[in-house]
Design a protein around this ligand. Structure first.
Ligand code: FAD
Length: 407
């Protein structure tokens, strides 16, 4: 078997994997395989600063420039992994790299997820998802042209696009099939609070509506049709209806995939069970020891950042593999406000513990059994991390309430 750490997927988790392998002292060959033509770049700015009307800054990670040099990584951009054969310890490749196979002794799969699209709309001008830098360039150009923006799906990224459109003074509509947005991410009550941010900033949020199709002229979108027979006029439609893990290339490899979303099933050390093969980031389901081994697949920056590092260290030194124990954390920026969430949203009770009269800032705690398991805040950045630590330390609900001053 050839000695080589192969990392498939050249984004946040993949970049952290190669950095951490070197930091851990691994001096053997490393190859980083990335389907996109770009060096690793940061995705959160794509739905935030990058959409502003100021000159955009390239969201590349500074460390991306060091990969081939200081870190001595063989970087293959524009190159897709097409198969994994654990019997021979090789992956199949296609694209710009020139090789059609690559051997490994250790591997980190960090292929992330791709945005789901509305069937039959791929070729229609003015319709975009927002996952890649190329998507963001197209959306920005439409906003520059003054597009009337319709977002399908009231998730975090779509909501940020609506916020960006409103910041430019453009009309924005968000269409959501569920009666309340973000219920699975933050629970119903807090979903209402987020909905209020849209409404108070002039975005036309319509919940409980079903998109039946898109209207177009000369292959350019002109509107979104709804099941009540109405049409919302649009020059730009951003489809934010979730993502699918990028695992089609693993068919027949022996790597176990989640029965519904196709993500990679791992143990708590992020091992796939196939010798030498680990996974990290958005593509990964793992049992989180901090939440009694509950299986999770997180689509959060911080998780990809942490797991990329851990998966590489475990892959090169499996005898000392450590578990991925984390309190999930994500943030989202809407209309000048920062929404933050730590922990998990499935709770027996959600208790708002502070709300300034007449202001949008607030903080609410999530209880499961007698434990604090989550916390959401708007514009309370210094406080929420204290609750993240409490969740990590498995503090009780009573302790959390006492800390919040409402016990
Ligand atoms: C617009 C946007 C805004 C976001 N904002 C926030 C935020 O505010 N806060 C937050 O916590 N999180 C945010 N996120 C989520 C965060 O960016 C992701 O969790 C993170 O990018 C996941 O990193 P990853 O490396 O696991 O996967 P990805 O970033 O999805 O990267 C996977 C890479 O693998 C490549 N790939 C896929 N298949 C193959 C293959 N077969 N061969 C080779 N390469 C392959 C893909 O092309 C891609 O480049 C945002 C995401 C987006 C898209």
């Amino acid at each position: 078997m050839q000695e080589r750490l192969v990392v498939v997927g050249a984004s946040l988790a993949g970049m952290r994997a190669v950095q951490s392998a070197r930091k851990a002292g691994y001096a053997g060959p490393i190859t980083l395989v990335g389907g996109e033509a770009h060096l690793p770049y940061d995705r959160p700015p794509l739905s935030k600063e990058y959409l502003d009307d100021a000159e955009p800054t390239h969201p590349g990670f500074p460390a991306g420039e060091d990969l081939a040099g200081e870190l001595d990584v063989d970087v293959r951009l524009g190159t897709w992994a097409t198969s994994l054969d654990p019997g021979r310890s090789v992956i199949g490749l296609t694209g710009e790299s020139g090789d059609d196979e690559l051997g490994y002794h250790a591997m980190v799969i960090s292929t992330g997820a791709a945005a789901r699209t509305l069937p039959g709309t791929d070729q229609l001008a003015g319709v975009h998802c927002l996952r890649t830098l190329d998507d963001a360039v197209a959306i920005r150009a439409a906003l520059d042209a003054g597009a009337r923006t319709v977002v399908v799906g009231a998730g975090f990224i779509g909501s940020e696009v609506a916020s960006g459109a409103r910041k430019r003074g453009l009309p924005a509509t968000v269409l959501e099939a569920l009666p309340v947005p973000l219920v699975r991410s933050v629970g119903e009550e807090m979903g209402h609070a987020c909905a209020e941010l849209h409404r108070s900033n002039g975005t036309d949020l319509r919940c409980g509506v079903k998109v039946t199709g898109l209207e177009s002229t000369d292959n350019k979108v002109t509107g979104v049709s709804l099941d009540d027979g109405s049409t919302v006029p649009a020059d730009l439609v951003v489809v934010g209806i979730g993502v699918a893990p990028c695992t089609a290339w693993l068919g027949g490899s022996g790597v176990t995939l989640h029965e519904r979303d196709g993500g990679i099933m791992c143990d708590e050390t992020l091992s796939t069970g196939v010798p030498g093969v680990y996974a990290a980031g958005d593509v990964t389901h793992f049992p989180n020891p901090l939440f009694d081994g509950e299986m999770m697949r997180l689509e959060h920056w911080t998780n990809a950042n942490e797991q990329g590092q851990l998966a590489a260290r475990n892959a090169i030194n499996p005898a000392e593999a450590r578990p991925a124990a984390t309190v999930p954390y994500f943030w989202s920026d809407w209309y000048g406000h920062r929404i933050q969430f730590v922990g998990i949203p499935k709770a027996d009770e959600i208790r708002p513990v502070s709300r300034e009269l007449g202001e949008e800032k607030f903080l609410a705690l999530y209880r499961r059994g007698d434990r604090i398991v989550g916390c959401i805040s708007i514009d309370r950045q210094s406080q929420i991390m204290k609750y993240r630590r409490m969740i990590m330390q498995r503090k009780s609900w009573a302790e959390a309430l006492e800390f919040a001053g409402v016990g």
